[in-house]
Design a protein around this ligand. Structure first.
Ligand code: HEC
Ligand code: HEC
Ligand code: HEC
Ligand code: HEC
Ligand code: HEC
Ligand code: HEC
Ligand code: HEC
Ligand code: HEC
Length: 458
């Protein structure tokens, strides 16, 4: 069957009511009121359809996906050609590939007069050509892919800024090695996936799937799994108002979670582990609930949001504070975590998530990046020295550690006071910033530990 004949036969199917059936399914579809049957597409009509319903293109995605369409129309993506035109580059072939749909491909954008319906970054820029789908809406094998792979975005987002390459160099690119091993074996996905697996988050949080089997990623290689990809943090479809500085919507960045959050400090496990209290990074960089009475292991390496906030979990039945909750001097930096870890400029999109000391001087707190550097080195040296001293004073691991770290298997040999000390030690160590997130809190904890050791004559 040649392409032309196939199109005609597809259109016969469409006219026989497939679209009507789809419209019942798509309860939100606004184009589903009875409309005159559209004419068959011209034989040369390309594989791209375009987002918008118009007289020339009645099958635009808008017709059935009006909710996504109405979201998308408000994003910078939809206006990407306008951006070029505003600087007199609207016909520059070097620019159109990423600022329109399918430029240079058969059936893609050519120029505004002939293919204006393919201007801007549209649905099909991420989902691929949709003609087969709109002609066969009931055929699930022809539905466009909904991949959460960063490569979907990286095709374009690696030009003015090397956003994709930067992200690829970060630990967010791959699922943490040990955890990936568990997922391959078909286990632990429900306990670790919410922070370690983009695939799990997509099912759970975007698709709203209630029960996800631990075997979802069974047999997959680490490289085939999604970790913290672009769409874990960014909503691909809409402006969200979650940016710290939305600036009337111009810097929205389509963040899924608030860039800044100021929760009340709490010492209840239900709160210290509750992602909803935290900012975008704290969705995963938060406590997992171990308290000082635990014997197996201390806090996870992910307590940054809690440490930054100046809180720690306590046993539910004993909320006596070990160390006072303490606000960080860094609490009010404008974008919180992103201020220091996602500093961007012409050369850098901030997507390595590495601390950039230019951020520290840029907002007027430390006079220069060099001054911030020496403050940081001094703090690191101070905190590291205290941590080393504490380990020495604690003595052999076999006498005081958690079972997972070489401590006694009979943990009743470890006194409550030592349990408090080791918990506090790891609270500082596992924050991984050596005090930077909340210097005063770190100092209070370390001072408290040393006093407790002295009381024990250690
Ligand atoms: C005539 C109606 C219709 C049109 C036009 C249409 N779709 Fe769909 N689309 C559907 C139906 C029905 C489904 C399956 C039900 C669902 O997933 O909501 C679907 C599913 C999808 C999915 C897969 C969703 C998933 O969960 O896997 C994507 C992606 C998609 N459409 C994108 C597009 C794009 C892009 C366009 C425009 C090029 C478009 N659709 C035009 C009806 C339509
Ligand atoms: C076809 C190329 C292309 C693809 C694919 C693409 N983008 Fe973009 N993106 C652009 C262009 C061009 C802009 C700038 C639009 C403008 O301001 O005119 C942009 C802007 C953005 C912005 C800035 C929004 C704002 O409010 O400042 C975000 C965030 C973004 N894209 C995220 C993504 C993500 C996430 C993906 C993958 C799911 C993606 N993009 C896929 C080309 C693309
Ligand atoms: C390989 C893909 C690609 C090409 C080619 C491309 N752009 Fe972009 N453009 C993007 C993306 C992605 C963004 C948004 C993210 C960013 O700025 O890194 C963007 C954003 C922009 C912005 C908005 C910047 C802002 O922050 O508001 C302008 C202006 C722009 N591009 C102009 C151009 C011009 C002019 C050309 C041709 C010389 C061009 N682009 C070629 C992908 C591309
Ligand atoms: C910047 C890339 C991008 C653009 C533009 C985009 N999508 Fe998507 N879309 C995705 C990704 C990635 C997913 C899967 C992850 C998710 O749902 O957040 C997705 C999921 C979907 C889904 C299935 C899940 C759901 O949310 O229902 C549908 C349907 C869909 N898109 C339709 C559209 C339509 C229609 C448009 C245009 C109006 C569009 N998309 C524009 C990237 C994009
Ligand atoms: C609340 C979110 C969260 C959960 C749940 C979680 N992790 Fe993590 N995990 C993280 C974050 C964030 C890091 C990165 C810490 C860093 O290095 O900055 C991390 C780091 C790690 C590391 C590397 C550092 C180390 O401790 O050696 C391993 C291994 C790990 N996690 C294993 C697991 C396993 C196994 C599970 C499930 C039993 C799990 N994690 C559950 C958030 C979480
Ligand atoms: C861990 C979360 C996270 C991941 C993963 C992530 N981003 Fe971002 N992104 C952010 C945050 C937060 C901002 C806002 C930074 C700021 O306010 O300075 C941002 C900003 C942006 C912007 C807007 C820049 C501007 O000037 O408006 C673009 C475009 C963008 N990201 C694209 C991407 C792409 C493409 C990927 C994947 C290769 C990606 N992001 C992965 C969190 C993330
Ligand atoms: C969806 C969960 C998730 C979100 C959201 C998230 N991260 Fe991560 N992050 C992780 C995991 C998991 C790792 C560890 C991966 C590994 O060890 O291989 C990690 C690693 C890191 C690391 C490297 C740690 C090291 O030991 O070198 C930094 C820095 C980081 N994240 C910062 C951020 C910042 C800043 C944000 C917010 C813009 C953020 N993360 C958002 C899950 C997340
Ligand atoms: C005031 C600046 C600042 C803020 C705000 C900040 N960090 Fe950090 N962070 C640092 C510094 C400095 C280090 C130590 C970096 C080093 O040793 O090179 C660090 C270390 C880390 C590490 C360990 C991995 C690494 O890169 O060394 C992670 C993970 C991390 N921060 C995540 C976060 C998260 C999540 C937030 C928000 C809750 C946050 N940070 C807020 C400055 C900051």
């Amino acid at each position: 069957m040649n392409a032309n004949a196939r199109n005609v036969s597809l259109w016969v199917k469409v006219l026989l009511g497939v679209v009507g059936a789809a419209c019942v399914v798509m309860s939100m579809g606004q184009g589903c009121a009875p409309t005159p049957a559209p004419p068959p597409p011209a034989p040369e009509a390309g594989q791209y359809v375009g987002a918008t319903v118009s007289t020339t293109e009645t099958q635009g995605c808008q017709r059935c996906h009006s909710s996504h369409y109405n979201d998308w129309i408000g994003t910078h993506h939809s206006r990407a050609l306008e951006t070029l035109k505003a600087i007199g580059q609207g016909t520059n072939p070097a620019c159109l590939g990423c600022h329109t749909v399918g430029y240079g491909e058969a059936g893609g954008f050519v120029d505004e007069a002939s293919t204006g319906h393919l201007a801007g970054v549209q649905c099909e820029s991420c989902h691929g050509p949709g003609r087969e789908h709109v002609n066969n809406v009931d055929d699930s094998s022809k539905r466009p892919p909904t991949s959460i792979d960063s490569a979907v975005c990286g095709r374009c987002h690696n030009y003015h800024h090397a956003t994709f390459d930067e992200w690829s160099s970060s630990l967010h690119e791959l699922v943490e090695e040990r955890t990936a091993g568990y997922f391959t074996e078909g286990r632990n996905l429900n306990s670790c996936g919410i922070c370690h697996s983009g695939d799990f988050r997509d099912q759970k949080l975007v698709r709203g799937v209630e029960t996800i089997p631990d075997t979802l990623l069974q047999g997959k290689a680490r490289e085939e799994m999604s970790a913290v990809t672009c769409v874990v943090c960014h909503d691909p479809h809409r402006k969200t108002g979650n940016s710290a500085n939305p600036d009337g919507g111009t810097e929205d960045a389509q963040l899924r979670y608030p860039e800044v959050a100021y929760p009340e400090q709490s010492n209840l496990i239900a709160d210290t582990t509750n992602a909803a209290r935290f900012n975008i990074c704290g969705q995963c960089h938060h406590d997992r609930g171990a308290v000082w009475t635990a014997t197996g292991r201390g806090s996870h390496h992910s307590i940054q949001a809690n440490f930054y906030l100046g809180e720690m979990p306590l046993p539910n039945d004993n909320q006596t504070l070990l160390v006072p909750n303490t606000n960080s001097v860094h609490r009010f930096v404008p974008k919180q975590c992103a201020t220091c870890h996602m500093h961007s400029d012409d050369a850098d999109s901030g997507h390595r998530f590495e601390v950039n000391l230019n951020a520290c001087s840029g907002i007027g707190c430390h006079p220069t990046a060099a001054a911030a550097q020496s403050d940081l080195q001094a703090l690191h040296a101070e905190v590291q020295a205290d941590l080393d001293e504490i380990l020495t004073r604690l003595g052999p691991a076999s006498t005081w550690e958690y079972t997972s770290a070489g401590g006694p298997s009979d943990q009743s040999q470890v006194s409550d006071e030592i349990k408090k000390i080791r918990f506090l030690y790891y609270w500082v160590a596992n924050d991984l910033s050596l005090g930077a997130h909340n210097p005063e809190y770190a100092r209070k904890i370390l001072t408290d530990i040393k006093a407790r050791l002295s009381n024990l004559n250690k």
